[in-house]
Design a protein around this ligand. Structure first.
Ligand code: ASP
Length: 439
């Protein structure tokens, strides 16, 4: 058994958190490759080291004094080193960083130092080998990941090391220029390491015990999801349920390595297992509910539109021309509705409407804003009858008007559109009927 373990910023924010991480790693010899993030917030009012590094570098490029902020960052690392009683000094590293900031070496370099330094501490603390991600995670000239080369370099390097720490979030181009992934990108590094090591499991340790069935800010104490498939996860994350960086899924999914989301502060919890497919029936018909606010709907009505060849294409082209992405498109016999993000649409609204009038000469166009979309997702829906009926009845009981319903052909999800004011109540009503009453 071989596991890759990635720890998020909150798991490594202080010496105390580092100790929990150390205990977790030492408790299981198969946890061989460790991918740390930079130290995160120690309390809600704290600042992540990555954000401090960005600010510090911004000062440097504007020729302002940046050394005192850099000293503050240094002090944060020293606090961890002292708290762990390590014989380690980062003085030399900070001298280099100061020099490189002075040379304005690059914003990605600046941000990457958070993970780099945390990796050095972690390797020292665990007695593992330190592998600089710049040597094994390769980016193309245009800044995109060179997936193939990365896999080649990483697997070769890991073959020679039984236990290693590889900092997350960054890599380098062929010429050594440091490049980072987008924010939260250590998840991607973890996934790349898991694939290269041909690990049996990729454990992603954070500060929650996996995915919850619904947003805890809306539903009190929602249950957690034990097993979720990659496809279900994709549907839920599209609607805003985020724990994992989206791009972290692809490398491990391709080779069938499951991801286990775990909680550093509650290691006894099993967390959520993300898998390609499973025979395990979910406990409830639904796996999760997620929703997002801020949509607008454009309904176009025209008698006999179905027999007008090219009607839909011409309408969609108007959105395309104005650079507006379409989120959903439920249709009726003589109507089609297009859901778009309100913020994106508002600015271009009049151009789009004029364009549609000109292109298809509709009988009527209706606009509605302040809508929310809620996705009810679950592989269990395929083998259960009456799911849509239950959704309608739950919402009707809660006096919520359903503006739209859209069932994906995969029968994996049903999306309902409701007014913004009904958004939270709708999620609560759905949670209640599918999870609490469990009929
Ligand atoms: N430290 C980086 C960030 O704050 C990357 C990560 O934590 O995954 O976004």
């Amino acid at each position: 058994m071989k596991k890759v373990v990635k720890f998020g910023g909150s798991s490594l924010a202080s010496a105390e958190q580092f100790k929990k991480v150390g205990d977790i790693i030492r408790a299981d010899k198969s946890r061989r490759y460790v991918v740390p993030s930079a130290p995160g917030k120690r309390s809600s009012s704290d600042t992540k080291v990555t954000d401090m590094l960005y600010s510090c570098y911004n000062l440097a490029i504007r020729e302002k004094k940046f050394t005192s902020l850099l000293d503050e960052i240094h002090a944060r690392y020293n606090e961890i080193i002292d708290g762990l009683n390590l014989e380690l000094s980062l003085d030399h590293e900070f001298d280099m960083i100061r020099e490189n900031f002075g040379k304005k070496i690059g914003r990605d370099y600046a941000a990457s130092r958070g993970e780099y330094l945390n990796g050095i501490i972690m390797a020292n603390y665990l007695g593992f080998c330190f592998i600089d991600a710049a040597e094994v995670i390769r980016f193309h000239e245009d800044g995109s990941l060179d997936d193939e080369k990365t896999n080649e370099l990483l697997s070769l390097r890991l073959e020679g090391e039984e236990f290693a720490v590889i900092p997350g979030f960054y890599g380098a181009k062929e010429d050594g220029t440091i490049v980072t992934f987008s924010r939260g990108g250590s998840d991607i590094t973890g996934s790349l390491v898991a694939r290269a090591a041909m690990a049996d499991l990729y454990e992603n340790w954070t500060d929650v015990s996996g995915f919850l069935i619904a947003d805890p800010r809306i539903v009190t104490n929602p249950k957690s999801i034990e097993t979720i498939t990659y496809r279900e996860l994709r549907e839920l994350s599209y609607m805003g349920a985020t724990v994992l960086h989206e791009d972290a899924i692809f490398p491990v999914r391709k080779v069938g390595i499951p991801i286990n989301i775990r909680n550093t502060n509650a290691p006894q919890d099993k967390g959520t297992l993300i898998v390609e497919s499973t025979c395990r029936q979910p406990k409830y018909t639904i796996t999760g509910i997620a929703g997002t606010d801020g949509f607008a709907a454009v309904t176009i009505e025209k008698a006999m539109m179905n027999s007008e060849i090219g009607f839909c294409r011409k309408v969609l082209e108007e959105f395309d021309k104005n650079g507006i992405s379409i989120e959903h498109m439920p249709s009726g016999i003589d109507t089609m509705t297009i859901f778009v993000h309100k913020d994106e649409f508002e600015e271009k609204e009049q151009q789009v409407l004029a364009g549609i009038h000109k292109a298809v000469n509709p009988d009527h166009i209706e606009l509605e804003s302040d809508l929310a979309l809620i996705a009810i997702v679950g592989r269990g829906m395929r083998s259960t009858r009456g799911t849509a009926g239950r959704i309608f009845s739950a919402l009707a009981h809660a006096h919520i008007n359903v503006k739209m319903i859209d069932q994906g052909s995969s029968e994996l999800n049903i999306i309902v559109g409701v007014r913004h004011d009904d958004f939270k109540n709708a999620i609560r009503a759905l949670y209640q009927i599918f999870v609490e009453t469990q009929i």
